[in-house]
Design a protein around this ligand. Structure first.
Ligand code: NOJ
Length: 510
């Protein structure tokens, strides 16, 4: 029987730079993460996913990989990474890492070789070099082509420091097979595939159709899947970000990826009809393929959920980030507590982005000169970008850096986070952290993989039951609603009013 741990897992996303700093240089690292493994075990997650941990000039927070077979020195060493994998496994926590196959760093050995070898060389053919620039735009703003000293131009869908690989070159295929084996052999349980749908380019196609979801990309994942099948229980999670459910589903065919991030759910506004549609469509897409859905409320690329749900427009649009749009944080906090119970009750796996369990809001007031996201500079300093959801975590104490580490954190933490530290929330039975811990403990035995049955309710209420008998009810309407018949209340995201469920509140019943 192949291992199926991933089908119902609660997966905690670790943005290493901002998780915990073990050596006092202000940057999160493996030593910090290893020291906090007991926290993750207590929280009750089944797996962690780490953003890229490879040597990187950090032009895009590590998504500019200089060497796929080593660890970024400011994060630690390969030996420490191996120890971390072992220690996580001892605590029953699986390890998922990020692989970035669309592009590397301009400091990678291959790109440096390509620059040195010159036009027409085999080394240049691992990337996309041409004599004239194309007209595609970079996803981070500005043109997608940059010129090198000898006059040729190379393609980078993201920052200029992230040259795109040429996936028509068999050497590129071979390289990534070797990289996958390198990490599977070291015990890694899963791979999150960055920008999974854009590897293959058709320059005759427009922008973005010429690189989005080309048919040949599926051949890549078929071959990766057969490689993974040589091991036990190793999985792929695709970062596949487009709304067309039919095209999305193609990545989840039984001989391709195991799961993919559900960005439709993440982008969905806090609205009962929209959420019901998203959940329903997700289930309809996944069930025939036998693939478990994933439920994602936030990650390192989007505004934090407490802030999003407190805005007038609660939807998320990657192309129109709404950075700095004012938010009612009390309202957003209340809704995100309810959303957490909703996401954790749904069938499949759930992702928790670090700090979500602390109810952290987006940090909107990072001074421009401290911002590091390339979106900020490439937009001509008009779009602040993603630093606001990447601020180092507050662990303990009343003063900055709140136990993050001994040094000055690489991004400043708000003073008001003294109330949001993990330490403060551990003592507080009404905190977000306590809610997540309690929910994950219940989820472990009673939820996860499976199906759901909708209950008949008013349109502003979402209610469904799971195989275990647990019923989740969420009230998204303006008025309290009566709870359905039940024996007991297992958990509620906020206080109940007798037998009534207040607005923006969720409850788990049996
Ligand atoms: C998606 C990642 O999540 C994001 O952080 C990164 O900037 C782009 N892919 C490019 O690698």
């Amino acid at each position: 029987m192949p291992e199926t741990w991933w089908r119902g897992a609660a997966i905690y996303q670790v943005y290493l730079r901002s998780f915990a700093d073990g050596n006092g240089d202000g940057i999160g690292d493996l030593a910090g993460l290893r020291s906090r493994l007991p926290y993750l075990a207590d929280l009750g997650v089944n797996a962690v996913w780490l953003n890229p941990w490879y040597p990187s000039p950090m032009a895009d927070g590590g998504y500019d990989v200089a060497d796929y077979r080593d660890i970024e020195p400011s994060f630690g060493t390969l030996e420490e990474a191996e120890k971390f994998i072992q220690e996580a496994h001892e605590l029953g926590i699986k390890v998922i890492i990020d692989v970035v196959p669309n592009h590397s760093s301009d400091q990678s050995q291959w790109f440096q070789e390509a620059l040195a070898a010159g036009p027409g060389s085999a080394a240049r053919n691992r990337f996309w070099f041409q004599d004239e620039p194309g007209d595609w735009k970079s996803i981070f703003g500005g043109p997608a082509w940059s010129q090198v000293a000898d006059g040729q131009w190379y393609l980078h869908l993201f920052a200029p420091e992230q040259p795109d690989f040429n996936w028509t070159n068999p050497e590129v295929h071979q390289e990534f097979h070797d990289v996958l084996r390198f990490w599977f052999d070291r015990g890694v349980d899963g791979i999150r595939i960055d920008s999974a749908a854009v590897l293959v380019k058709d320059f005759a196609g427009g922008d973005p159709d010429g690189y989005t979801d080309q048919l040949e990309v599926h051949d890549v994942y078929r071959s990766w899947r057969s490689l993974a099948e040589e091991y036990d229980g190793r999985i792929f999670i695709g970062e596949v970000w487009f709304p067309d459910q039919e095209r999305f589903a193609r990545y989840l065919r039984p001989d391709e990826l195991h799961t993919a991030f559900n960005f439709d759910f993440l982008a969905c506004p806090w609205n009962p009809a929209a959420l019901r549609r998203s959940i329903q469509e997700t289930m309809t897409t996944h069930i025939p393929l036998g693939a478990p859905p994933t439920w994602v409320l936030s990650n390192h690329d989007v505004a934090r959920v407490v802030t999003r749900y407190g805005r007038e427009d609660t939807s998320w649009d990657h192309g129109a980030r709404r950075d700095g749009v004012p938010a009612d944080l009390e309202l957003g906090y209340r809704r995100s507590r309810a959303a957490a119970l909703l996401a954790m009750a749904l069938p499949g796996s759930v992702y928790i982005y670090q700090g979500e369990e602390l109810g952290l809001p987006e940090v909107d007031d990072i001074p421009g000169e401290l911002r590091q996201d390339p979106i900020w500079s490439r937009s001509g300093f008009t779009i602040p970008g993603r630093d606001g959801c990447r601020v180092p975590l507050p662990w303990s104490g009343g003063e900055r850096p709140f136990g993050f580490g001994a040094g000055e954190p690489w991004l400043p933490q708000p003073e008001a986070w003294n109330k949001l530290t993990a330490e403060a929330q551990t003592q507080d039975l009404g905190s977000m952290l306590t809610l997540y811990r309690s929910a994950l403990a219940i989820r472990r035995d009673q939820l996860g993989d499976g199906t759901l049955t909708w209950l008949d309710t008013a349109p502003e209420v979402l209610a469904f039951s799971r195989e275990s008998g647990l019923t989740c009810v969420v009230n998204l309407g303006p008025e309290p609603v009566r709870l359905p018949p039940h024996t007991s209340v297992l958990l509620a995201s906020g206080p109940l009013e007798g037998e009534e469920l207040p607005t923006d509140t969720a409850v788990w019943l049996v």
